[in-house]
Design a protein around this ligand. Structure first.
Ligand SMILES: [Zn+2]
Length: 71
């Protein structure tokens, strides 16, 4: 990972890495196409996910899209 803060956030599952097409326990709330998501637990109804392209801690491009890869 780009920095220790992101590593920590992934370990604590504040930010998770997943493929959107495998999402089963919630829904993505924004249009950012990424494999990195903030996860928010909703009361009794799964999760909300927010895609992020850039590390919120150090600003590094972390998604494939932000890094310039397509597909
Ligand atoms: Zn970072």
């Amino acid at each position: 990972m780009c920095c220790n803060d992101l590593e920590q956030a992934l370990q604590n599952e504040i930010i998770i890495i997943m493929d959107k097409s495998y999402l089963e326990d919630g829904r993505v709330m924004n249009m950012i196409d990424s494999q990195f998501y903030f996860r928010r637990e909703k009361e009794n109804s799964g999760y909300e996910y927010y895609g992020i392209n850039y590390c919120p801690f150090c600003g590094m491009a972390i998604s494939f899209v932000a890094q310039g890869f397509s597909g």
